[in-house]
Write a protein that binds this ligand. Structure first.
Ligand code: ZN
Length: 225
């Protein structure tokens, strides 16, 4: 591992995918963190064009930085889909600087977006392990779990209904069937008999509550009234 001066605001440390670069001091949004550097490769030269590794940083159609050299600390920075840093590329100067795009707190891992080409070639096949993608996966798993539970509850409800129907068919308790279907049917039936009987019954219940000991008497009085 290359040595990092203690003045630098970062250190190499263990991350989810292996090694990564972590802030050791607060890094302000917009601050330059580290330069991504290495030999400049010319795609027009056969020898250069044949070089293949995971740390090639393409500046444009012609020039590429070979960042695989040990001294290039920036190569430890992992990809993230929602990063806290970016690669600031100046193709004319053939220079790349990793710059903070958010305030980064000590202990936080420094990330930048490697771009779609890298993502498709290296990350998509194995599944991106960045925080945003892990969160998405977690959410998907939770949703799938909730859906399974919902379906299970639905199936149980259906089975219960079926069992109730069968029990009712067997003629155990016809009342249960009524209650189970809807109370509305029962009420409608009562109303259908005429407003008078319903009203008198309601009064009877009311007076029954207000004059508890004389339940029977109260009912007779209210019914006549
Ligand atoms: Zn990701």
């Amino acid at each position: 591992m290359p040595a990092i001066s203690s003045k630098k605001p970062y250190r190499i440390g263990r991350s989810r995918t292996g090694l990564g670069l972590f802030a050791t001091k607060p890094i302000e949004k917009g601050a330059k963190i580290v330069r991504y550097f290495g030999p400049i490769l010319d795609s027009r030269k056969k020898k250069d064009d044949a070089i293949e590794n995971k740390y090639l940083f393409e500046l444009n159609g012609r020039w590429t930085i070979d960042g695989s050299v040990r001294e290039n600390i920036a190569r430890y920075i992992n990809h993230a889909c929602k990063p806290n840093a970016e690669s600031d590329v100046s193709p004319r100067k053939r220079k790349v600087v990793i710059r903070a795009i958010k305030n980064i707190e000590p202990g936080q891992e420094i990330n930048y977006d490697y771009g779609t080409d890298y993502f498709k070639a290296y990350l998509k096949p194995i599944g991106c392990k960045c925080d945003a993608c892990e969160k998405k996966r977690k959410k998907k798993r939770a949703e799938a779990r909730a859906e399974r539970l919902r379906l299970k509850a639905k199936a149980e409800k259906r089975a219960l209904k079926k069992a109730e129907k069968q029990a009712a068919k067997a003629g155990q308790k016809p009342r249960q069937k009524l209650n189970g279907k809807s109370n509305g049917a029962k009420l409608n039936g009562l109303n259908g008999h005429g407003g008078k009987s319903t009203a008198s019954k309601m009064i009877a219940v009311k007076s029954g509550i207000s004059a508890k000991p004389k339940g029977k008497q109260g009912r007779e009085v209210s019914a006549s009234a």
